[in-house]
Design a protein around this ligand. Structure first.
Ligand code: C2E
Ligand code: CA
Ligand code: CA
Length: 401
């Protein structure tokens, strides 16, 4: 049964309206002044409010304003009752958010018509909202199903051993010798072939699967490093990328320590690569996690430097060991463009902060010569080798290129 609240200080008019509406089958409540009307509106939440404009103390406009600013009653249909068809009075009420008005004296048909048309409109609105809600629920469900499907595919790929770790050498700029390697994951899809991490890492991150995948990459790379060290190759470090989700795992440092202990690899042989954007989310806990990793003896490198926030204060606040200059600054470095000045400045600044500098994406001899001249420590790029499978990396180590 629809509830109608009538706020009217004139007892005769109020009771008349209540009687008429009750006869029409509505559940009616009366209030004899504005304040009582407001209380009744908030506690009963009527479907329509009829309210007189002219009342002592809190008048109809005041009631309407209070109702519209209260979250519970903000959208309840409001019809005000005016004593005369005063255009300015009507206009003021409509501007305050009234839905309709009735001019006294009105007929029974006018009263019932105004109430029922408000109720119909409100029902149509409610239906529309219901539709919207169920549509957006459907969309949310679809998105959740899609993510679940992606996660299932990725988990299946890990079980079927479709992921592989490739290694890219990091070269000492001064000697030209391989110093270290960066581990980069690949997906060897049975139908689609080799899939770049740029394609599936974002999905792995969004689904949370990255935690599992990242741990597998870390284990695989550390085991491989151990094999190479046992074979007598003088590799200093293996660098492994960490994603934001992995970085914010509460047990990250103890998990990394466990993996190193299981494999028997010295923590000083491991370097973890992080990006600046990962540090901004929660600086305090980021510094604490970095310190725990450093305390284990692991090196920390800041990846893609220059592309993110690049706040210089990060470099002094966070316990980094290595700074990797992003590829975009190395490209065209010899064309006399601004990149040359930026790279020179980054190398100088990093060295004065006792950070080692690695240049990424070195593709030409001219770029290498530039880095040599400005005393960059290490470089990585297609000039020397793209990321390759472990067997091919071993050939690079053997040939001692
Ligand atoms: P990144 O860490 O900045 O890795 C360097 C990317 O540059 C690699 O792309 C590498 O193949 C590419 N690259 C290296 N040298 C050159 C060059 O001379 N020229 C050009 N044009 N590109 C070069 P890749 O392997 O496709 O990896 C893309 C990104 O995916 C990585 O960027 C890293 O953010 C992410 N990623 C890769 N493996 C992992 C992983 O195991 N875990 C996580 N969390 N992220 C990973
Ligand atoms: Ca990296
Ligand atoms: Ca990078």
């Amino acid at each position: 049964m629809n509830k109608i609240l009538v706020i009217e200080d004139d007892r005769v008019i109020r009771e008349n309206i209540l009687k008429l509406l009750k006869a029409e089958g509505y559940d009616v409540t009366g209030a004899e002044n504005g304040a009582m009307g407001l209380n009744a509106a908030v506690s009963n939440l009527p479907d329509v409010i009829l309210c007189d404009v002219m009342m002592p103390q809190l008048d109809g406009y005041g009631v309407l304003e209070a109702l519209r600013s209260h979250p519970v009653t903000a959208t309840v249909p409001f019809v005000f009752l005016t004593g005369k068809a005063d255009r300015s009075e009507v206009r003021q009420g409509m501007e305050l958010g009234a839905d309709d008005y009735l001019t006294k004296p009105f007929t029974k048909a006018e009263l019932v018509g105004a109430v029922s048309s408000r109720l119909k409109k409100q029902a149509a609105l409610a239906k529309q909202q219901d539709n919207l809600r169920s549509q957006s629920n459907e969309l949310l469900q679809e998105a959740a199903d899609k993510l679940e499907q992606i996660k299932t595919n990725l988990c299946g790929a890990l079980d079927r051993q479709e992921f592989q770790v490739y290694y890219q050498p990091q070269i000492d700029v001064q000697t030209g010798q391989i110093m270290s390697a960066e581990a980069l994951v690949r997906w060897l899809h049975p139908e689609k072939g080799l899939i770049s991490p740029a394609e599936f890492i974002p999905d792995a991150e969004a689904t949370g699967f990255i935690v599992q995948l990242g741990e597998w990459v870390l284990q695989t790379a550390c085991r491989q490093m151990q094999v190479w060290q046992n074979a007598g190759f003088s590799l200093e470090q293996i660098a492994v990328n960490l994603s934001p989700r992995q970085f914010y795992q509460p047990d990250l440092s103890s998990r990394v320590a466990e993996i190193l202990a299981e494999i028997g690899l010295a923590p000083s042989s491991l370097e973890l690569e992080l990006t600046e954007s990962m540090m901004v989310k929660d600086a305090e806990s980021a510094i604490a996690t970095l310190q725990q990793l450093k305390d284990l003896g692991i090196s920390i490198s800041i990846d893609d430097f220059g592309t993110g926030y690049s706040s210089l204060s990060y470099l002094t606040q966070y316990p980094f060991d290595v700074l990797k200059i992003d590829r975009c600054f190395i490209t065209n470095i010899t064309d006399g463009c601004a990149n040359a000045a930026i790279v020179k400045a980054i190398i100088e600044m990093a060295h004065s902060l006792c950070l080692e500098v690695i240049a990424e994406g070195v593709e030409t001899e001219a770029e290498r010569d530039f880095l040599w001249r400005y005393e960059c420590d290490a470089m990585q790029g297609y000039l020397f080798s793209p990321p390759v499978p472990a067997v091919d990396f071993e050939e690079l180590l053997v040939s001692g290129k």
